[in-house]
Design a protein. Structure first.
Length: 275
């Protein structure tokens, strides 16, 4: 059997730090598995100037897939660097594969499971363990509050993953509550499952005041979770309005060494499946 080329796939960002982080993970995963692992985004990253990426341009799935096919490669694994089943992985990536399959009948692409795994109400417990490690590193204190923040989503299954990880994290930390919240959400009652918003935590009964540790349910730095990003800006606003006396954010999950362990498991699972 031909050894597949592995694409470690993120959504893509215009921030160089996101691509650099993705490349570090791809390199680490290649070292663990002995496989050819490439950092490839779904969208956006190819617009970053190469001089901001150590002279090596970023690439996206459509472009890289075509290049590899032209070079005679036909078997690939797409390994999603996604916490839950976002539309980008559930819809867009399969559409891209179908589009190329019509042109290249010999193409074989396997798409691995997301980091949460297949059970969105009982996601991989290592995600909560990673967050717990990061919260503990901030030296929790009596009376502190802990919230878990994600981007927000139009997909209820992605939200179920976040809420389940928040429950797991509360158990890991032996806390009565880790409050799940969203950085943003679409307008309308159909997306109210994202509530509360991070900026509205002051309206949650008995939650405001004192010290808040914010568990960041994000993987790589970008315009939302990176330095000076949207989450940081919202936190500054919460401090300024007196909702909390102190807010400390955990590092991003991409910085935790256990992430490579989960990625390796997802990769080996999909490779063991027959096409």
């Amino acid at each position: 059997m031909t050894t597949p080329i592995v694409f470690l796939v993120d959504n893509g960002s215009l921030r160089p730090q996101a691509t650099i982080g993705l490349r570090c993970l791809a390199e680490g995963l290649a070292g663990r598995t002995g496989l050819r692992v490439e950092a490839v985004s779904l969208l956006h990253s190819h617009k970053i100037a190469a001089d901001k990426l150590n002279g090596v341009p970023a690439t996206i799935v459509k472009r890289r897939l075509r290049e590899c096919l032209a070079a005679g490669h036909h078997e690939f694994v797409c390994l999603p660097l996604f916490l839950g089943p976002s539309l980008a992985i559930a819809d867009y990536l399969p559409q891209v594969v179908d589009e190329f399959s019509g042109e290249y009948p010999e193409l074989k692409v396997r798409i691995a499971s997301v980091l949460a795994g297949e059970d969105f109400d009982a996601p991989d417990p290592r995600l909560a363990q990673m967050l717990a490690d990061q919260v503990r590193a901030l030296q929790p204190s009596p009376g502190m509050k802990v919230a878990l923040v994600d981007h927000g989503t139009p997909i209820i299954e992605v939200n179920r993953v976040r809420n389940a990880v928040a429950r797991q994290l509360s158990s890991e930390l032996d806390l009565p509550l880790v409050l799940p919240c969203s950085m943003e959400r679409r307008e309308g009652g159909a997306y109210a499952f994202n509530d509360p918003l991070l900026e509205k935590l002051g309206s949650v009964e008995d939650f405001a005041g004192g010290r808040l540790i914010l568990a960041m349910f994000f993987l790589l730095p970008g315009r939302h979770a990176g330095e000076g990003g949207d989450v940081a800006e919202i936190c500054e606003g919460l401090i300024a309005e007196g909702t909390f006396g102190q807010i400390q954010n955990t590092p991003l999950l991409g910085e935790h060494p256990m992430l490579l362990e989960i990625l390796e498991d997802r990769l080996r699972e999909v490779i063991s499946r027959k096409i």
